[in-house]
Ligand binder design. Structure first.
Ligand code: NAD
Length: 451
């Protein structure tokens, strides 16, 4: 068998093996099925070897842990946690830790698959992983959250490591959670070079070995992608109308950075409601809204006393005419009906897997340019890589250097995606997977399968 794909013209030969059977998820509705479908589609475009397609269609390791935590009132509660290690052909497993009441093994598998794709697309020496705990973190006190985090880290302690699997923040977790994870890992591992173990997690606070620029990195990455690709759609960032779904780490920073480039934020929605400007030429001050959210943890109450803003239904929020819409909340929020309502020219996927396949198909029909998540939101893992490098080598980089490296990495990836889209005649979403999988295939073909 020959690998007939290869976007860089390299076509190494290899010994093939028959496709593995029964490895694809059965539940077509699942998030993991959605991730695997995207991988399979790109494998077909690339004519990737069946054995690589089969390997990428399943995680390498799946771990479920159940662990008790003492609550402030003295009682104990059992929590369920997950860690999925999808693939490590390119380097140590890498991926976030999510605290959310709906967290499931299936979601972790999908998110870990996307991490493998994201790292491959960015050409980072990392594989893909994801984990989390099924918990509503908002219902826990700070001390309960700390005990939960320490106990979960202890449960994962033999599964993670600075050269093996490196967690990071995601929905419901923060630099504080990463600091506790790092501290727990250090205190449960022997060794004279313990400080080097700080690289076991990324996204830490600056005081605990975090990197300049990590906090805003995902939003910054979205801005770099838009600067590179919006000219394709003849949309200048200065003056463009923007709406954002989810105003947390990703949505909040993306909006503020784009506002700094001249964009006008005209609509925002989070888990508590939606608001938008009344006048067509109005704008919401993203920095000011971020300060409000930092205090209250939602956009609720922000419109009070501001006559130029109105609170609206979800449907009206989606129908607001904008140039660019950034979904940066949870997965599969853009369903087919939402895709019908959307009135945007470009949808830049800030969160992971925000669009269902049906919504994606409709957006394609409606000629909405969809910029894929594995490209748009890769800024976070890219600066996580820089944090890991800084921890390992004992140096600190200034913000200007971090942002310059981030820009170079993400713009190069965006160019590879644009090139692959033209070369294969596919949409940017498929092209991003094509570029990522091409890189993975080459690694598999070069290394071969042990033994
Ligand atoms: P976050 O917890 O900081 O913010 C999540 C936002 O989504 C909040 O504003 C919340 O109100 C909103 N939200 C939640 N449920 C909602 C609902 N039902 N309707 C409307 N809004 C809702 O999380 P984040 O870190 O910004 O992550 C957002 C997305 O980006 C996730 O898909 C995450 O996996 C992805 N992501 C995050 C990073 C990162 O560095 N933080 C990196 C890559 C990808």
């Amino acid at each position: 068998m020959r690998y007939e794909g290869g976007i860089l013209g390299v076509q190494p030969s290899f010994s093939g093996m028959p496709p593995a059977e029964g490895l694809e998820p059965k539940d077509r509705e699942s998030l993991f099925a959605m991730a695997v479908e995207a991988v399979n589609r790109a494998c077909e475009v690339l004519k990737a070897p069946e054995y690589v397609k089969a390997i990428l269609g399943q995680p390498k390791n799946e771990l479920i842990v159940n662990f008790p935590v003492q609550l402030d009132n003295g009682t104990y509660k059992l929590f369920k946690g997950y860690r999925i290690q999808h693939n490590n052909i390119l380097g140590p497993y890498k991926g976030g830790i999510r605290y959310h009441p709906d967290m499931s093994l299936d979601d972790c598998k999908a998110l870990a698959t996307w991490m493998t794709m994201k790292c491959a697309l960015m050409r980072l020496p990392f594989g893909g992983a994801k984990g989390g705990v099924k918990v509503n973190a908002r219902e826990l006190s700070a001390s309960e959250l700390m005990r939960l985090t320490r106990r979960f880290t202890a449960a994962l302690a033999d599964t993670i490591g600075p050269d093996y699997d490196i967690p990071a923040p995601d929905v419901g977790t923060s630099s504080q959670i990463m600091d506790w994870m790092m501290d727990t890992y250090l205190n449960t591992h022997e060794g004279v070079t313990k400080q080097g173990l700080r690289s076991v997690v990324t996204g830490k606070s600056l005081a605990c070995g975090g990197s300049e620029g990590r906090e805003k990195a995902t939003g910054q990455g979205i801005a770099y992608v838009l600067q590179e690709l919006l000219p394709e759609f003849f949309i200048p960032i200065a003056g463009m109308r923007l709406s954002v779904l989810g105003f947390g780490n990703v949505g909040g920073h993306a909006a503020a950075i784009l506002q700094g480039l001249g964009a006008r934020l005209v609509g925002v929605m989070d888990h508590t409601g939606a608001l938008r400007t009344r006048a067509a030429d109005g704008a919401i001050d993203a920095e000011d809204l971020a300060r409000h959210v930092a205090g209250t943890r939602s956009i609720q109450g922000y419109a009070e006393g501001k006559t130029w803003l109105e609170t609206v239904s979800a449907e009206d929020f989606y129908k607001t005419p904008v140039d660019v819409f950034i979904p940066a909340a949870l997965e599969r929020m853009v369903t087919r009906p939402v895709a019908e309502w959307l009135n945007c020219r470009v949808l830049a996927e800030g969160g992971n897997g925000p669009c269902t396949p049906e919504a994606n198909a409709l957006l394609r029909e409606r000629n909405v340019g969809v910029l894929p998540a594995i490209l748009c939101n890769a800024g976070g893992v890219t600066v996580s890589y820089m944090e890991w490098v800084q921890n390992k080598s004992g140096v600190r980089w200034e913000l200007a250097r971090v942002n310059a490296e981030l820009k170079k990495t993400i713009v190069n990836a965006a160019r590879r995606v644009r090139l692959a889209a033209h070369q294969y005649g596919v949409d940017m979403g498929t092209a991003a997977y094509v570029v990522a999988i091409d890189h993975l295939v080459k690694a598999y073909v070069q290394r071969g399968i042990f033994p």
